[in-house]
Design a protein around this ligand. Structure first.
Ligand code: PLP
Length: 405
């Protein structure tokens, strides 16, 4: 029995949570069990809450800038959890990782330039590229025997054919759950280095890996590469400790000139100091949160085991793509439905679930759904039962149709 109770159910309704309070606005109904957006339904440990409360009671929230203590803690965390050596100067604090992707796109590419992604991938990558008038180029990940892989020939060909200027790497990869190996990352660095492609390494999920898989930070790849690859790395305690509403991310840029260009771009949109409570929470989590995180990782493994066994024993038509990292699970419904509209109907009207449909991650994955498992086990059990009922009903509806024809 661990110290922390991840089974505890805390009502998040009426907190303006986009996961729990926006069903009516976004889905037209408020009776769905929400397991979509990547935040967690767990409470932070008291050690952290106490420090945030202490700062709240101080009562003054003027402009605040991250000092050495903050930067040491961010650097220390990357060193301790990922053996990634960085320097304090390399860090720039921003209100989010996606914000920093937008700033990088604007700083290091120009309108009309091509930017590479690997679909299926976190949909704001495509939106951020497009809204900044750049062109999305996709090198599709390949699903082989239940495991997603990079087609390196296609990856390089797409770069050459489109004169790609930047690649947005998702490491670990949302939604397919791959934790890229050192070899894969070295090949990426080699190709991008040879073609002078900037790499934006989004490592926001780096603290979530399952046993047997180890996150390799791009810091340890780019440095090891004979060919220099220019990169920006995005990380944040917001995913690891569920601080997304506090708006703080840490962007690592080793190259001094690139750092200046990035900071100028961020200045140009009028951003200056970070959210003070976000800073306090980040520091406290990195100082006091390790044990909580280690227990959380075990709990998530348990949630994953539950889903794996449930699907294997009771709903084998739905295939789990075994994740190596992240708390997002990618499910294949291609044996159950024939198109994405049918799938949406099954998930929403049949199972009363709010998941993220595969089609938003890329056209080729219209028969997939992404489910967020960072919630008390009770919700996982409920979701699986509701899904099973929906699939069984679909089958019996199908049988009746055949009978009445
Ligand atoms: C891969 C990835 N990058 C970035 C984000 C969001 O980061 P932020 O809220 O700091 O913009 C998410 C959130 O789900 C994500 O999955």
């Amino acid at each position: 029995m661990g110290k922390y109770d991840f089974d505890q159910i805390i009502d998040r309704r009426n907190t303006d949570s986009i996961k729990w309070d926006w069903g009516l606005k976004r889905k037209g109904r408020d009776d769905l069990l929400p397991m979509w957006v990547a935040d967690m339904d767990f409470r932070l440990p008291d050690e952290v809450l106490g420090e945030i409360e202490g700062r709240v009671h101080h009562g003054i929230f003027g402009y605040t800038d991250p000092g050495d203590t903050y930067l040491d803690l961010v650097r220390g965390w990357m060193e301790k959890r990922h053996a990634a050596h960085i320097e304090n100067d390399w860090i720039t604090v921003t209100p989010g990782v996606v914000y920093s992707i937008a700033m990088s796109i604007r700083a290091f590419t120009k309108k009309g330039d091509a930017i590479l992604v690997q679909q299926p991938v976190y949909y704001p990558f495509m939106r951020t590229i497009e809204i900044n008038d750049r062109k999305v180029v996709n090198s599709q990940l390949v699903l082989r025997d239940g495991h997603y892989e990079i087609d390196f020939e296609d990856f390089e060909k797409k770069i050459e054919e489109n004169d790609v200027r930047m690649f947005i790497l998702c490491s670990p990869h949302n939604p397919v759950g791959r934790v890229w190996t050192r070899d894969e990352l070295m090949r990426i660095a080699d190709i991008c280095g040879r073609h002078q492609v900037y790499v934006y390494a989004d490592e926001i999920h780096s603290d979530f890996t399952y046993p047997g898989h180890e996150h390799v930070s791009f810091v340890n790849i780019a440095g090891a590469q004979g060919e220099d690859v220019r990169y920006i790395l995005g990380t944040s305690a917001s995913k690891t400790f569920n601080l997304a509403g506090l708006q703080v991310a840490n962007i690592v840029i080793p190259d001094e000139d690139m750092r200046k260009v990035f900071r100028k771009e961020s200045d140009a949109v009028g951003y200056s100091q970070p959210n003070v409570l976000g800073m306090v929470a980040t520091m406290s989590c990195y100082r006091n949160g390790e044990k909580w995180l280690d227990e959380l990782l075990e709990y998530l493994s348990g949630n994953l085991d539950y889903i794996r066994i449930f699907l294997r024993d009771r709903l084998p038509q739905v295939k789990l793509v075994e994740p190596e990292g992240t708390y997002l699970v990618w499910l294949d419904f291609s044996e159950v439905v024939e198109d994405h509209k049918e799938l949406e109907k099954l998930i929403v009207d049949g199972a009363h679930l709010w998941l993220d449909p595969g089609i938003i991650f890329g056209r080729e994955t219209a028969l997939f759904e992404r489910i967020n498992i960072a919630c008390p086990r009770h919700f996982i059990e409920k979701a699986m039962e509701q899904l099973l009922d929906a699939v069984l009903n679909l089958k019996s509806e199908g049988d009746q149709e055949t009978l009445t024809v």
